[in-house]
Structure formats: structure tokens, C-alpha cells
Design a protein around this ligand. Structure first.
Ligand code: ARG
Length: 462
């Protein structure tokens, strides 16, 4: 079987070595990017005087046929097709004859594969960005529908203060908004064309690389041929982006696994995103969220694994770089599967207002009582201490805070008057927090307004 690089070799390659070396099993998905890159290169070769316009046309038409074969699913990979680049060139030559052999003039698989991978990732980023926006939208819409609901907010996983359920939902909207902008930002560094860097030293052909970049839809060209073929920062950066997004999805999931547990019961998950147990008939398991939590480990693994691949590499292209693809593709596939499922699970979850209400407890209003004292001129440190004593009194009697009457409060501190008893109201508590970013209805509505604006949606009508 003839190799692209076979000229100087006389012995055969060990079949196991072949198997180790082959990337076609996982890089075949670059076919579209590879053909796009090659067609643009065939045009550049006319300007460089390597191909006549007719030859270039023949090559481009031949590549169109190869494209159709891939698109129809009847491209047949041959045993000697080491990678996607080899496979496409082999097939092109079968179709148009020896002229196919001119396509690779002035180019190397090193600048070719880096170009393909960037094109591929730019497309994938579009898809992921849209999945991410759908999830953000689901969060915002749930927040709109549930803005009345008040539930316990937690710190240290201990009941802390009452919050709107919508505030919890929107906290994840903002997390994901940072992911969205981070992806936009890193996309600028993917959007750089390495083609024309050759193997490492540039191309001897007179090629207008900027024009070539524009033809391929890139905004920039690489400035240094050695950097161009060795740079996989964009892969590492994308893997980090995905790992952090994974961490966010995992935390969202962990919350919902807790909230949907019958012990809390704040939400019910739709049957569409849960499974049962083969043994225990009563079980309804939050698998979608467990899988999100689990997959985040895999995404972190891809990042750390690939950084380890990069760290010891000497300058320019090394075959180690072929290891960029599996983590990258698996990361894309994982998120493309996961994001729509999480979106569906958020869209279909049903909040349980009574359970949220039942979990609210007066102790979560202790801070409000301290704030009441502060409003009467008592320094916060002292107020905190006074309310601590009030809490102790209720605990010693085994009663709720609201069961203490005015005389009880005054036994702790004389500053208490009858309207202090008005703080035992969860709605009042959240409405006190109306500064921007707080849990008062107006502040939450303001967030929903901003969030909808960022998503390009109209003004809320709920
Ligand atoms: N399959 C290779 C990769 O994915 C293509 C580049 C190979 N270049 C080379 N000089 N062997 O990295």
C-alpha cells in the first residue's frame, strides 16, 4: 500500500504501528473542513502559478465529487487511508488522475490539519453557542413563571435567608452568560488561519495568505509559521471553556438533585428526564442531572489530559498533536448531547410552591429582626447579638420566633416595639432587598429584563 510519504522507505510498516498511527477512525469528521480548505488552496495555487485555471477547476470539481460522496455517506475509507487528508487526496486522484497530486504543492499536512481543526471548531462553537442560549432562555422563562415563589436560600447548605426561586434560577443564567461571552472571546483566537505555514518554515509559493483567509472565512492569519503548526492553545482554551461550563452544569445539577429529593421536594422533574429503578418500584431518579454531574469529570479530564500532552513538546509539529482530536471531539459531542437535555429538564420541571413554603422557617428571618434594630439606630454588631439572644429564647422554649410576643422581645431588649412583630413575613423579607441584584420582585424583574435583552428576546409579557 503506497504512503503519501513512502518515497524514502523500502521496508513495510509493522501493521500494529499502522494501527497506532492512523487517525482516520476519529478525524474523518474533518472531511468537510478539509475539502473546503483544499478547494481554497487549489484557487491560491492558480495565483501562485502552480496550476492553470483549468487544472484548478478540475481539482475543485473533483473535490466537489468527493464532497458529495461524504455527504451521501458512500465515501469508502481504504485500509491505507492514514488520516482524512490522505483519504481525500487518494480519492481525488482516483477521480481526476495524476493532476490530483498537484494539490498538495506548497502545503503540508501540518498547516492543513491545524486549518481544518480551526474551521471545524468555529462551526462547532456556533452550534454550542446556540444550545447554550436555549438553556439560558429556559432558565429565564422558568424565572418569569415562578417569580412569586419564595424558598429557603442556603449557605453551607444550611437554611440562610428566604429568596425567590427565580433568583436561584437566574444565578445560573448569569453563570452561563459568562460562559457565553468566554466562548465569544476565545473564538477570536480560533479564528486565525495557519494555512501557508507549510510544514514549519512557510511556503515558497507567492500566495496572498490574507486573501486565502478571507476565502475560508478566517479574520486573521498566523504571523509565524513555526507557531502556526505547533499552536494548539485554541484547543486547550476550548477544553477549559467546556470544563468550566461542565462545572456550572454540574452545580446546577447538584442543586436540582437536592431540590427534587422527596426530603425537600421543591421541584418535580418531568418523566422525560428521569428513570425508574428495576428493583424499587417507587423510585424516580434524576439521571439527567446525575449524568451532567458525571460528565463534568470527563470534561475536566480532557482538559488536564491535553495540557499534559502539550507540556513537553519541542517546537513545531510533533505527532503527539494528533492527540488533540479525540478530547476535542468528545468534548463537543458530550456538550451537544448534554445541553439540550438539561434545557429540556429545566423547561419541564414543576416547582412545588407548598413544599417551598413549608421549608421556610422563622429562623431565616433572624437577620430581618437585626435589620429592624439597625433601622432604629442600634449598631449592627449589637443588633446581631440581641437577635442571637432572641433566637436562644425561642429555642429554649421550643417555639417558633413568631410565637414570641412583644413582652418576650422586650425582655431581651427594650428597643423592641409592636411593629417589630411585622418582620415575621417572608414576602416582606425578600421585598426589603430591592437594591440591584437582590431578591425583591423589582430587582428580579430587572434581571429578567436584562437577561431577555442579552438573549435578543422581546420584553417580558408575564
Ligand atoms: N493526522 C495528523 C494529525 O492529526 C495530520 C498531520 C500529520 N503530519 C505529519 N507530518 N505527519 O496531526
Amino acid at each position: 500500500m503506497t504512503k503519501l510519504w513512502g518515497g524514502r522507505f523500502s521496508g513495510d510498516v509493522d501493521p500494529l504501528m499502522d494501527r497506532l498511527n492512523q487517525s482516520i477512525a476519529f478525524d474523518a469528521r474533518l472531511w468537510e473542513a478539509d475539502i473546503r480548505g483544499s478547494q481554497a488552496w487549489a484557487q491560491a495555487l492558480v495565483e501562485a502559478g502552480v496550476l492553470s485555471p483549468e487544472e484548478s477547476q478540475q481539482i475543485i470539481a473533483g473535490l466537489d465529487r468527493v464532497y458529495d460522496e461524504w455527504a451521501r455517506g458512500d465515501f469508502r475509507v481504504q485500509p491505507g487511508d492514514e488520516d482524512i487528508h490522505t483519504a481525500i487526496e487518494r480519492r481525488l486522484t482516483e477521480i481526476i488522475g495524476p493532476l490530483g497530486g498537484k494539490l498538495h504543492t506548497g502545503r503540508s499536512r501540518n498547516d492543513q490539519v491545524a486549518t481544518d481543526l480551526r474551521l471545524y471548531l468555529l462551526d462547532a462553537a456556533d452550534t454550542l453557542e446556540s444550545h447554550l442560549s436555549h438553556l439560558q432562555r429556559a432558565l429565564v422563562e422558568q424565572a418569569q413563571h415562578t417569580i412569586d415563589l419564595i424558598m429557603p436560600g442556603y449557605t453551607h447548605l444550611q437554611p440562610a435567608q428566604p429568596v425567590r426561586f427565580a433568583q436561584w434560577l437566574l444565578s445560573y443564567f448569569w453563570m452561563l452568560q459568562r460562559d457565553w461571552t468566554r466562548l465569544e472571546d476565545l473564538r477570536r483566537r480560533v479564528d486565525v488561519m495557519p494555512l501557508g505555514a507549510g510544514a514549519l518554515a512557510g511556503t515558497p509559493l507567492a500566495i496572498d495568505r490574507m486573501a486565502l483567509a478571507e476565502r475560508l472565512g478566517f479574520s486573521h492569519i498566523s504571523m509565524n509559521s513555526m507557531d502556526a503548526v505547533s499552536d494548539r492553545d485554541f484547543v486547550a482554551e476550548f477544553l477549559f471553556w467546556a470544563a468550566l461550563l461542565g462545572v456550572h452544569l454540574s452545580r446546577l445539577s447538584e442543586d436540582l438533585i437536592l431540590f427534587s429529593n422527596p426530603a425537600l421536594g421543591f421541584v418535580r422533574l418531568s418523566d422525560a428526564y428521569t428513570t425508574g429503578s428495576s428493583l424499587m418500584p417507587q423510585k424516580k431518579n434524576p439521571d439527567a442531572f446525575e449524568l451532567a454531574r458525571g460528565k463534568s469529570g470527563r470534561l475536566i479530564g480532557h482538559l488536564t489530559g491535553f495540557l499534559s500532552t502539550l507540556k513537553g513538546l519541542p517546537a513545531t509539529y510533533n505527532k503527539d498533536l494528533q492527540e488533540d482530536k479525540e478530547p476535542l471531539f468528545d468534548t463537543i459531542d458530550t456538550l451537544e448531547t448534554l445541553l439540550p437535555v438539561i434545557t429540556g429538564a429545566i423547561r419541564t420541571l414543576s416547582p412545588q410552591p407548598e413544599r417551598m413554603r413549608a421549608a421556610l422557617d422563622d429562623f431565616m428571618l433572624a437577620t430581618d429582626l437585626a435589620d429592624w434594630l439597625v433601622a432604629r439606630g442600634i449598631p449592627f454588631r449589637q443588633s446581631h447579638h440581641i437577635v442571637g439572644e432572641v433566637v436562644q429564647l425561642a429555642e429554649s422554649r421550643g417555639c417558633a420566633l413568631r410565637d414570641l410576643d412583644l413582652a418576650d422581645l422586650q425582655s431581651v431588649h427594650t428597643a423592641f416595639t409592636a411593629d417589630a412583630l411585622e418582620v415575621w413575613d417572608f414576602e416582606r423579607s425578600v421585598e426589603q432587598r430591592a437594591a440591584a441584584g437582590g431578591v425583591a420582585r423589582s430587582a428580579v424583574e430587572q434581571q429578567i429584563h436584562s437577561a431577555r435583552h442579552l438573549l435578543g428576546l422581546g420584553t417580558a409579557s408575564s
